[in-house]
Design a protein around this ligand. Structure first.
Ligand SMILES: Cc1cc2nc3c(=O)[nH]c(=O)nc-3n(C[C@H](O)[C@H](O)[C@H](O)COP(=O)(O)OP(=O)(O)OC[C@H]3O[C@@H](n4cnc5c(N)ncnc54)[C@H](O)[C@@H]3O)c2cc1C
Length: 261
């Protein structure tokens, strides 16, 4: 079975103070290190776990991003993915979620994917639109918020997270599944995995390889555009109550004054 995982590179949440460029109104990426989206690490692990259960299958990591997205993809290979495909092209800069879905769908169609894994949302743009967009472009069923997944007689079967527990939902393959965040423990790359990743196949594609017209993606094809950017209002400092034995009364008075009790 050909299992594909769509993974995204995001500015390193631990090191980056996101700055927006007032001219382009886009994230300043120079000097910013990109890492594999932490949410996608759990999704890659879900795909690897299923591959190992099924046998005779492969896990392919797919990403659309700048050249330096390679580092994050090498991590996916070190975690255990079998090969990786990066779509990178200057014309993709400024792509909105629908353009991203269009490009990823073109790769997945070219590769005849049997099962596609995505996380429910990324940790930077977090529109949550890409998985549904891919399923739409490929006319595939989408099973969302999976916390468990198995494959039985050419069907994908998931346990879908619900407010009260879960539902079992199934769809015929090929299909797309989104993994609910935190549902699968992320595999930690071993030294053997890191060394082995260097030998694994890593291909790079550009728009021409996918017969996608540059006018449909990037800044040129974006259906949405940022008009203005502004910084969030500073929140007023809260009131600090020192417990001099009357803290409870102070809090009750405060809540009453706010007409909350
Ligand atoms: C702060 C910010 C705000 C944005 N706001 C918007 C907006 O309002 N509308 C809009 O159309 N675009 C917006 N974008 C652009 C959008 O983030 C990109 O188009 C992005 O590539 C896809 O959207 P997402 O991160 O929201 O993905 P989501 O749909 O949240 O991502 C869900 C999953 O889809 C897969 N996936 C997403 N992107 C990729 C990728 N590049 N390669 C491989 N797999 C991927 C991953 O599995 C990911 O976990 C915004 C970007 C930023 C940084």
């Amino acid at each position: 079975m050909k299992i594909f995982v769509c993974i995204k590179q995001v500015p390193d949440p631990n090191t980056t103070v996101s700055k927006l460029d007032p001219a382009t109104k886009r994230l300043v990426r120079t000097g910013v290190s990109l890492v594999l989206d932490p949410g996608d690490e759990s999704t890659i692990s879900a795909a690897i776990k299923l591959r190992d259960t099924l046998g005779n299958s492969e896990v392919v990591a797919v990403s659309m991003g700048p050249e330096k997205a390679q580092e994050g993809m090498r991590r996916a290979l070190a975690m255990g993915a079998d090969r990786a495909i990066l779509v990178t092209d200057p014309a993709l800069a400024g792509s909105d979620a629908i353009s991203t879905a269009r490009v990823l769908a073109a790769v997945l169609k070219k590769e005849s994917a049997d099962l596609i894994f995505c996380s429910t949302e990324s940790t930077d743009g977090y529109t949550g639109m890409v998985p549904g967009g891919i399923a739409e472009f490929l006319n595939l069923p989408q099973l969302t918020f999976a916390r468990e997944i198995k494959v039985e007689s050419s069907k994908a079967v998931i346990k879908r997270v619900t407010p009260t527990g879960y539902k079992t939902v199934e769809a015929a393959l090929p299909a797309l599944v989104t993994i609910a965040s935190g549902s699968f423990e992320a595999i930690y790359p071993t030294m053997k995995g890191i060394m082995g990743a260097k030998k694994k196949s890593f291909s790079q594609l550009k728009l021409a390889d996918l017969a996608i017209d540059a006018a449909q993606v990037g800044e040129a094809g974006a259906r949405e555009r940022v008009l203005t950017i502004g910084s969030a209002e500073a929140r007023a400092a809260g009131q600090i109550v020192k417990d001099d034995g009357n803290a409870a009364q102070h809090i009750a008075d405060f809540l009453q004054k706010q007409k909350l009790i």
